[in-house]
Write a protein that binds this ligand. Sequence first.
Ligand code: DX5
Ligand code: ZN
Length: 216
Amino acid sequence: MAKIAPSILAADFANLGADVTDICGRGTDYIHVDVMDGAFVPNISFGSAVMKSLLGYATVPFDVHLMIEAPDRYIEDFVTDNTEFITVHYEACSDLAATLKHIHDLGVKAGVSIKPGTAPEVLDDFLDDIDLILVMSVEPGFGGQKFMDNSLPKISYYAEKKKEKGYSYIVEVDGGVSSKNAHIVREAGIDLIVAGSAVFKAADRTAEIAAIKGVE
Ligand code: DX5
Ligand code: ZN
């Protein structure tokens, strides 16, 4: 069984508090917060003020995904009592070791994401210092895209390395996952699954969340 982090990018922004309250308590493990700057990705979503406005509504921790250039400028803004992970993109960092230290110094767990075109080996030298690896299974920027199969060998790569060497990071996947295909990422060794459209547009959100996680 995997854990799930529904992405609020697919929620109803006019009713965000109610939507977040609704999915917490249906088996949701984390709230996935997709932050886009219109530069690292060709879309703008929302910033830290919107996430902080959800503090009274979320009963599970935030899993923050920063799709922004030079993320060190904004990391501190996303630190709250409810922030468990802050994930930056490998491709957006000029000194990844320094950025990981920056996140850790703020008392938060540090994640690193790689885009579909990035090889998994680029993180080999950093694995001791990473708490979460986010494998993108779509080009970051938009919800509702088709799952890309080239994420599967990357998930297995990190899952196997973790088993072999005893690393403590968790492996997360993001993009195009629903109850229809979640079994393939679970079989590849995933720990945490992001799902936006599949959860928020489901007729029965509780059932969709359980099916994505693989609850027996
Ligand atoms: C894409 C985002 C994803 C996306 C997932 O840039 O990082 O979290 O919202 O949405 P779905 O599940 O709809 O593909
Ligand atoms: Zn995301």
